[in-house]
Design a protein around this ligand. Structure first.
Ligand SMILES: Cc1cc2nc3c(=O)[nH]c(=O)nc-3n(C[C@H](O)[C@H](O)[C@H](O)COP(=O)(O)OP(=O)(O)OC[C@H]3O[C@@H](n4cnc5c(N)ncnc54)[C@H](O)[C@@H]3O)c2cc1C
Length: 422
């Protein structure tokens, strides 16, 4: 172990990104302290759809959204919502998002996403093995199904994925129902992504990896970082009642990252893309055996340990506005249309914990920020993983480890540098 690796490192944020960084850095010999204002995995990593969605290599900014958006926004319970009073705040982000629709940018961002996703699932295997949590990853692929979309449009999507090197099969109704017999026969076609995976419990993955990091020596402390004070050799983290000092820090604070980076003079156009989940209680028979996303209804159903989880929707309303749990409840109506048998759900008698709101940390180019702060050599960033933080957690941890030990990184990290916004 060289002296580099004996340094004390604080990781701010114990979501799926932070815990992966903690496990990797501690196993490399750093003295890791994982800090979070809440318990482990209680942020966006808790109630997500559990889909290791390595097939999602296309940036979200695409031109066709521009003419779909007005219709999507007009439907109060549609898949996209914008709080009118939040519009002035989110406008600069939208402008940057639209800028990323340019073909040249889309191609460049798509290529970077592809390198990050390519081995994302493989990077999880050793971490989960070390954490005795291999059972939390199921490799049965996933389905994207179509009810209304024409065959021509489905075939076009199929070609799009195939040309991007994604393992995918185009299925007709019978083939879809053979894989998932509980799906309704309203479904006409499906894309079957054969190499992707899912977990029956994303929160348990987070906690298992954090637990493993602690078993090998990392510490966890509940701590709100209000201020970062930086000098050439040390970083002070100022909390409510205490200041902690470390040799290096990793900022993995997801959707809450902007104020911390602002203190360090880095611009970060991050937006919380709010998404909802609805957890159904266990049915007599599991409704599905793998994640099934609906292309037309824009949501996903994942079989979880406790029952079926319905997840999706994007809401622009910032970090402070109250949750609108009707957006979670509406997912049930969609799922009911798509499944033959489904566990009952009554909005009046549902328990609070069945509904969940999460804040996806999204940058307008659909790429995360991973790397060393250009003007603060003892500060590192691992944030902004948008809809794909679960998927990209292990590879992000691995890259942070390689960067901090000055090794050659497994992939080119230049597209993920903060300097693209500064
Ligand atoms: C409905 C929904 C479905 C999703 N489905 C999927 C999916 O199927 N697959 C997938 O790959 N991704 C999915 N995602 C996205 C994924 O959940 C996120 O990308 C991921 O959880 C982000 O992880 P993170 O560690 O960056 O952030 P978080 O999990 O939010 O962690 C950040 C942590 O930082 C802490 N923190 C913030 N500020 C401070 C501070 N100042 N001091 C101390 N602590 C601080 C917070 O408390 C939090 O715990 C989904 C998201 C949503 C909303």
């Amino acid at each position: 172990m060289d002296s580099e690796n004996k340094k004390s490192v604080a990781i701010i944020g114990a979501g799926i990104i932070g815990v992966n960084c903690a496990a990797e850095l501690q196993s490399l010999g750093f003295n890791v302290t994982l800090l979070d204002k809440a318990a482990i995995g209680e942020g966006c990593s808790k109630g997500n759809a559990g889909h290791f969605a390595s097939e999602q290599v296309f940036p979200l900014a695409e031109v066709s959204l521009l003419w779909q958006l007005p219709k999507l926004l007009l439907d109060p319970l549609g898949p996209v919502a914008l709080s009118p009073r939040y519009l002035p705040k989110v406008l600069p982000w939208f402008i940057k998002f639209i800028g990323n629709m340019l073909k040249s940018k889309r191609n460049k961002n798509g290529a970077a996403l592809k390198t990050l996703n390519k081995h994302a699932i493989n990077y999880y295997l050793p971490v989960l093995k070390a954490a005795n949590a291999e059972h939390l990853l199921t490799q049965k692929g996933s389905l994207l199904v179509f009810e209304q979309t024409s065959f021509k449009a489905v075939e076009k999507q199929f070609r799009h994925y195939s040309e991007a090197g994604i393992a995918v099969k185009l299925l007709n109704r019978e083939q879809v129902l053979l894989l998932e017999p509980n799906l309704s026969d309203k479904i006409n076609y499906g894309l079957y992504f054969t190499s992707v995976a899912h977990t029956a419990d994303p929160h348990a993955i987070c906690k298992s990896i954090a637990q493993y990091a602690q078993t090998i020596g990392a510490k966890y402390q509940k701590f709100v970082v209000n201020k970062i004070e930086h000098s050439a050799n040390k970083v002070n983290l100022v909390g409510d009642r205490q200041t902690l000092t470390f040799d290096q820090i990793v900022i993995a604070t997801g959707a809450w990252s902007e104020p911390l980076l602002k203190q360090l003079n880095y611009k970060l156009p991050i937006e919380a893309e709010r998404g909802y989940s609805l957890n159904l209680e266990q049915a007599n028979q599991p409704e599905l055996t793998r994640p099934v996303a609906s292309a037309d209804r824009r949501f996903i159903m994942t079989p979880m340990a406790q029952g079926l989880r319905l997840s999706g929707t994007v809401e622009f309303a910032g970090l402070e506005q109250k949750a609108n749990m009707q957006r979670a409840d509406m997912l049930y109506q969609h799922a009911k249309e798509m499944l033959v048998d489904i566990a009952p759900f009554d909005t009046n008698t549902a328990k609070d914990e069945q509904r969940w709101l999460g804040f996806r940390p999204s940058l307008p180019d659909s790429l995360p920020v991973i790397g060393q702060a250009p003007n603060h050599l003892n500060i590192f960033f691992a944030l902004g993983h948008q809809h794909l933080g679960l998927t990209q957690g292990a590879i992000t941890g691995k890259l942070i480890g390689q960067i901090m030990t000055k090794q050659k990184t497994a992939i080119d990290i230049s597209p993920f540098c903060i300097s693209r916004f500064n």
